[in-house]
Design a protein around this ligand. Structure first.
Ligand SMILES: *Cc1c(COP(=O)(O)O)cnc(C)c1O
Length: 399
């Protein structure tokens, strides 16, 4: 089915994901790491649709979760508990309790206070919590500042010195078992250097921990491998695994990876229809039925998404592609060379598989859109479009 037919069948705006592409990306990743013990835990926040999770689970993926909601999604589609990791700087008591009750592989600790909380709750439950500690190696991932996470000015993880104290303390605790170490320095990283530096720092730290008899079994390199949005150079996944292997020589660890964007980003397309064109004295605007609440990366990060017009390719000139939301940050592209469009022409916004639907909201009381999977040439609805009632069902009129 082509884009036009999909738009007619399901309506617009619409997300379409090519599951075969997800499979190719997953297999490429898996093959790059198959020479060593490894566990690939998909970063659920990139695209948490249950069908996406189930599909990856069937191929053997685990899940990296950043809320108990994501842990529950993983469990719901049958991801084995021993393949689920729970990360994040701010976990609530009830989230920690549920994670421990569900006996997931490990909780990733990001502060000293969090370690104390987990210990306290584990004691209450009478269990021993398996933990890893997230190291902030103070390395510049050279990506957009909003998605850089491995610098001391970022809120994530703890420095090596604090981590050492935390490991020693955890090792002595009756309610904690330190089994892993973790870092995740940022997202959409397109240069291998920051990864090399981080792996060096963290692997040498693991060696010093082993000499203290703290037995790190899981070496978690996080996610962050970038994808091609506009023809940029990206990291070769075999170079990436090689750098990791080289630094872990002689260490008996399972390499844990948390790719998100790499697996799903380029599987997705966002289909949106042209409502109108208009021109001011300064600009040409293409106004679409999709908006920033549906796909927010351009407004949030000034991210670039390739746009294809399905229709006539004539009369190309610069245009801003904008949505109906009442914000000037509601745009998909600025000053983009695009053909003249007319009412009901279809635009295909590329690279919309990661951090697009999952970041969508009901702002302006706009219904969240539908999602469709393409599997072996067949289209399947994997999320219904919200209706008005879905949006107001939890609200209470008290007057
Ligand atoms: C977001 C996140 C990831 C995934 O990042 P990608 O850039 O999508 O690969 C992995 N690990 C952690 C802890 C994260 O927060």
């Amino acid at each position: 089915m082509n884009y036009r037919e999909l738009a007619n069948k399901y309506g617009t705006p619409l997300y379409v994901y090519d599951f075969n592409h997800i499979k190719e990306q997953f297999n490429e990743f898996k093959n790059a790491f198959k020479a060593k013990k490894s566990l690939i835990c998909y970063a659920v926040k990139a695209n948490s649709n249950l069908s996406v999770l189930k599909y990856l689970k069937e191929m053997g993926a685990g899940c990296d979760c950043v809320s108990i909601g994501e842990v529950n999604r993983a469990l719901k589609v049958g991801v084995p508990k021993y393949k689920i990791i729970y990360s994040g700087v701010g976990k609530r008591d009830d989230e920690i309790r549920d994670a421990l009750k569900n006996d997931i592989l490990m909780i990733n600790i990001e502060s000293e206070e969090e370690a104390q909380r987990v210990e306290f709750i584990a004691k209450e439950l009478g269990v021993k919590a398996r933990i890893s500690i997230r190291i902030n190696p103070n390395i510049d991932a050279k990506t957009h500042s909003y998605i850089s996470t491995g610098l001391y000015e970022n809120k994530f993880g703890v420095d090596v010195e604090s981590a050492k104290k935390m490991y020693i303390k955890a090792q002595k605790s009756k309610y904690l078992t330190p089994i892993g170490i973790h870092f995740h320095i940022g997202s959409q990283i397109t240069n291998i250097e920051p990864f090399c530096e981080a792996v060096k720092v963290v692997s040498s730290f693991v060696r010093s921990l082993k000499s203290l008899k703290i037995d790190i079994k899981f070496f978690n390199v996080g996610g962050g491998v970038g994808i091609d949005y506009r023809g940029e150079e990206t990291i070769n996944i075999y170079d990436y695994s090689k750098v990791i292997f080289e630094n872990l020589t002689g260490l008996d660890v399972t390499i844990t990876c948390e790719p998100g964007r790499f697996l799903v980003g380029n599987s997705g397309k966002f289909l949106t229809k042209v409502l109108y064109e208009k021109r001011s004295s300064k600009k040409r605007f293409i106004i679409t039925d999709g908006a920033m609440n549906d796909l927010g990366r351009p407004s949030l990060y000034s991210a670039y998404h390739d746009i294809e017009v399905i229709g006539s390719q004539a009369d190309v000139s610069k245009a801003d592609v904008v949505g109906p939301v009442c914000e000037s940050s509601d745009f998909f592209a600025k000053d983009r060379e695009l053909p003249k469009t007319k009412h009901n022409d279809l635009l295909v916004i590329k690279s919309a598989g990661a951090y697009c639907f999952t970041m969508s909201s009901n702002y302006n009381t706009r219904a969240k859109v539908a999602e469709v999977a393409l599997i072996n040439g067949k289209d399947k609805l994997i999320r219904k479009r919200d209706n008005f009632n879905d949006m107001i069902q939890n609200e209470i009129t008290c007057i």
